[in-house]
Design a protein around this ligand. Structure first.
Ligand code: MN
Length: 128
């Protein structure tokens, strides 16, 4: 057992680049522990992940704002504060803020993430 009190001591918020579009900040909550990583992620309006998968899945807990979750082959679904999203192992997906609101979620990621291409502008919805 390990207890992590609040965010990781001494850690800095990280401005994410490579595999995110727009302005996205991540704050470590629990460093990788037996394959489980927890981050608080803040997406500025229009900020979003690239397409990706998680080896053993991911749980998103939306704590503020509004945004989108999208599974490959399906229409993006709106998400907002209080919503929980379960993403299965190796399900190709993206998540991010709406175009009119920031979105903050806690991301509990299981196993390795595999990053793919960015979400095309035509596939990023307007609204919410
Ligand atoms: Mn994900």
């Amino acid at each position: 057992m390990k207890v992590f009190h609040g965010r990781t001591d001494g850690a800095k918020s990280e401005l994410r680049g490579e595999t995110f579009s727009g302005e996205v900040w991540a704050d470590p909550v629990m460093p990788a522990t037996d394959g489980v990583t927890i981050n608080t992620v803040l997406f500025a309006p229009r900020g979003r992940t690239y397409w990706h998968t998680h080896e053993y899945g991911q749980v998103l807990t939306v704590t503020a704002g509004k945004g989108w979750i999208c599974k490959d082959g399906e229409a993006p679904q709106p998400i907002r504060q209080g919503d929980i999203v379960f993403i299965g192992p190796n399900e190709r997906h993206w998540h991010g803020a709406s175009d009119s609101s920031y979105m903050v979620h806690i991301a509990t990621s299981l196993g390795k993430a595999t990053w793919q291409e960015e979400v095309a502008e035509k596939d990023y919805p307007a609204g919410v």
